[in-house]
Design a protein around this ligand. Structure first.
Ligand SMILES: [Zn+2]
Length: 199
C-alpha cells in the first residue's frame, strides 16, 4: 500500500495534535500547504515561531503579555484591591468584553482535579495568594464556572481567601452551568459580575 512520503505524514501528525482536528482535516491542511505558494507556508511557520517567542504569561496575573506585565496590570486605573480569579486566559477576555469589571485578574492555568493528581501544589496556588497579598487585595471574585472542576476549585479557594480576611464573592448563579465562561454572552456575564454573591 502506497502512503504519503514520511515528511507529509509527519506534517499530518503535527496537525492532528491541535484541538478538534481529526485525521481528515489534518490531511487537508497538510495538502493545502503543499499545494499553495511556498511563501504562504513560510509565513505560517514564521508566525507560529514569532508568536511563541513574543508572548509570555504576565508576571502578575498570568494573562498573555508581550512584556513583563499585561496591559491590564500595567493600567493604573484598574483597582488592585479587587481581583477576579479565572481558570484560563480566554476567560479574562470574556469578562473584559462585559465591561462590568474594573479590578485585576489572576489566571490559575487550570482547575483542581484531585482524581487526576492536580492539587493546590500542582496549580501553584501559593503563588496566587502571594500575588494577591502583594496587591493589597480586599475582595476576590471567583470567576470559575459552575462545572465540577469550577466548584471544587471555588470551594478550596473560598476557604483560603476567608482565612486571609478578604471578602470572597462568586458570579451570580444562572450562568454557565457545566459550561465555560468563555461562551457566556457579555450582557449575562456583566450582570453576573454586578450581582455577585458573597460566600
Ligand atoms: Zn497581568
Amino acid at each position: 500500500v502506497i502512503d504519503y512520503p514520511p515528511a507529509i505524514r509527519r506534517l499530518i501528525q503535527a496537525f492532528r495534535q491541535l484541538p478538534s482536528v481529526g485525521p481528515r482535516s489534518a490531511e487537508r491542511f497538510a495538502l493545502h500547504l503543499l499545494g499553495t505558494d511556498p511563501h504562504a507556508a513560510e509565513t505560517l511557520g514564521q508566525t507560529i515561531l514569532e508568536t511563541r517567542k513574543a508572548v509570555r504569561p504576565c508576571r502578575a496575573c498570568g494573562f498573555f503579555a508581550e512584556s513583563e506585565l499585561c496591559p491590564i496590570c500595567e493600567n493604573p486605573q484598574r483597582d488592585s484591591t479587587l481581583a477576579c480569579i479565572v481558570a484560563h486566559p480566554a476567560e479574562v477576555l470574556a469578562i473584559e468584553k462585559s465591561g462590568a469589571f474594573r479590578g485585576r485578574y489572576f489566571v490559575l492555568g487550570g482547575l483542581l482535579s484531585p482524581l487526576d493528581g492536580v492539587g493546590p501544589e500542582e496549580l501553584r496556588l501559593d503563588r496566587c495568594f502571594a500575588e494577591l497579598e502583594s496587591r493589597g487585595v480586599t475582595e476576590v471574585i471567583l470567576g470559575l464556572g459552575a462545572d465540577v472542576g469550577g466548584e471544587t476549585t471555588g470551594l478550596y479557594l473560598a476557604g483560603e481567601i476567608k482565612k486571609r480576611g478578604w471578602t470572597v464573592t462568586r458570579l451570580a448563579t444562572g450562568i454557565a452551568v457545566g459550561g465555560d465562561l468563555e461562551f457566556v454572552d457579555s450582557v449575562t456575564l456583566g450582570r453576573a459580575i454586578t450581582d455577585r454573591k458573597s460566600l
